[in-house]
Design a protein around this ligand. Structure first.
Ligand code: UGA
Length: 433
């Protein structure tokens, strides 16, 4: 099967590379020429486990092509749209999606299937359907919705071992073609066929539910730390109930990334268009802000209680990406944390295992107080407190001989509290009274 993937971001790149490993001839198209040049040389432009190896393997097999020109994909059968749909000026921004459909319609031939994989606001399918109907003239072009559920950091494995594959269509004759894309036997029973509207909403509901679960456990953590309970014990007590499940119950400084905050905002925007009142989704977003502020307040309380002046208050923050095992800084709670703390500190030292110095500094309009380090233990020197903002594995087993701070603020509950206390370091975690 000849497949085109439009957009070489996280979703597009992983989708294209993985589908080519199924034996399809895949062309990934992105309007960014330099991205395409890097990828053609086998350089995976994102930090993602297993992706560089698979990319190089598929390029070598000549199963994967890369281009910036729509003319190069004109002869393909299936087009999977994976362009970004950000939330800008309090509204979902669909221009990239519409532009890519327009460009495709001007080149594709008869009997093509266009699959919207981008997380598109509810109602986008019908909007694009009428655009296709207007533009396609005599062409037989079908449209469907196929949301993605992969997570950054485990995207390749998530793609190759899906729990479900959602296919939203109003045209039953497209089902067989769709099944051919996911040609492996083990995938067939995972395919859930539904209406395009349900597929659009399933994506938002999944992210909305997971984000709400995080905001829920974070709310419990705020109660827990004020009444002498430990959220880690509560998490165990909750997660062992199979109706609740133990995933997404890690309490911390809140959720970030390019999906949860944007998708909740987009769903909330849709609700307001439908004249539905605020509810759980908006509370989950508010709770996320509150959780970060609660952590900042604890840091400032420590400063006040220990009578540390501004001149003497310096912190070291570890972990800038929105979660471990990625270099993605988009909507990262760590960045917001630095922004909130910067005015209270004489200086802030930063260490991240993979994010590049200039990428980190770009996130801050005033970065004169920030220093980025390549070595984590060097970054702690001469600071009052170590702040853990992202739970990278390499932070979990601290060498306490090299940590000489007064305090560790553990924003992800990943440091051993008892070891801290044994080493005369005060421990301030999340929800641990
Ligand atoms: C999320 C979903 O998990 C994917 O299923 C979905 O496909 C993707 O969004 C998307 O819409 O593209 P991702 O953003 O990669 O994936 O990251 P998650 O692992 O879901 O984490 C999101 C945020 O929640 C991170 O900031 C993480 O630190 C935080 N989190 C996660 C917690 O605070 N506690 C938890 O227990 C789990």
């Amino acid at each position: 099967m000849k497949i085109s993937v439009i957009g070489a971001g996280y979703v597009g790149l992983v989708t294209g590379v993985c589908l080519s490993s199924f034996g399809h001839r895949v062309t990934i198209l992105d309007k960014n020429n330099s991205k395409i040049r890097s990828l053609t040389k086998g350089n995976s432009i994102i930090f993602e486990k297993d992706l560089p190896e698979l990319l190089r393997k598929q390029l070598k097999k000549k199963k994967l092509l890369l281009t910036s020109s729509y003319d190069d994909v004109a002869q393909n059968d299936v087009f999977i749209i994976c362009v970004d749909t950000p939330f800008i000026n309090k509204k979902p921004y669909k221009k990239n999606l519409i532009d890519s459909i327009e460009s495709l319609l001007s080149v594709i031939s008869d009997d093509s299937l266009i699959i919207i994989k981008s997380t598109a606001p509810i109602g986008t399918f019908r909007e694009i359907e009428s655009l296709v109907n207007k533009r396609k003239m005599k062409k037989n072009v079908s449209l469907c919705v196929h949301p993605e559920f992969l997570r950054e950091g485990s995207a390749v494995s998530d793609f190759l071992n899906p729990e479900r594959i959602v296919f939203g269509t109003s045209n039953p004759s497209d089902i067989d073609l769709f099944k051919e894309i996911y040609c492996k036997d083990s995938f067939q029973e995972k395919i859930l066929i539904m209406s395009p509207e349900s597929a659009e909403l399933t994506k938002y509901a999944a992210n909305g539910f997971l984000a709400t679960k995080i905001s829920f456990i974070n709310e419990i953590s705020r109660i827990s730390e004020r009444c002498g309970a430990d959220i880690e014990e509560i998490k165990l007590g909750l997660g062992t109930d199979s109706r609740i499940g133990d995933q997404f119950l890690n309490s911390g400084i809140g959720f970030g990334g390019s999906c949860f905050p944007k998708d909740l905002q987009s769903l909330s925007f849709k609700k307001s268009q439908l004249r539905l009142p605020d509810g759980i989704l908006e509370a989950a977003l508010d709770g996320n802000e509150l959780q970060l502020q609660n952590f900042v307040d604890k840091i400032l309380e420590f400063k006040k209680e220990n009578k540390i002046s501004f001149e003497n208050f310096s912190l070291c923050i570890w972990g800038m990406s929105f979660k471990p095992n990625t270099n993605d800084l988009r909507d990262s709670q760590s960045i917001k944390l630095v922004q909130k703390l910067i005015k209270h500190c004489k200086k802030i030292n930063i260490y991240d295992p993979v994010c590049k110095k200039n990428e980190i500094l770009k996130q801050f309009s005033n970065n004169s107080k920030l220093t980025i380090f390549n070595e984590k233990y060097k970054s702690i020197k001469n600071t009052v407190g170590l702040v853990i903002a992202t739970e990278w594995d390499e932070f979990k087993n601290l060498d306490f001989d090299l940590v000489k701070t007064k305090v560790i603020f553990d924003g992800r509950n990943c440091i051993d509290k008892i070891k801290c206390n044994k080493n005369n370091i005060q421990y301030v975690g999340i929800g641990r009274g």
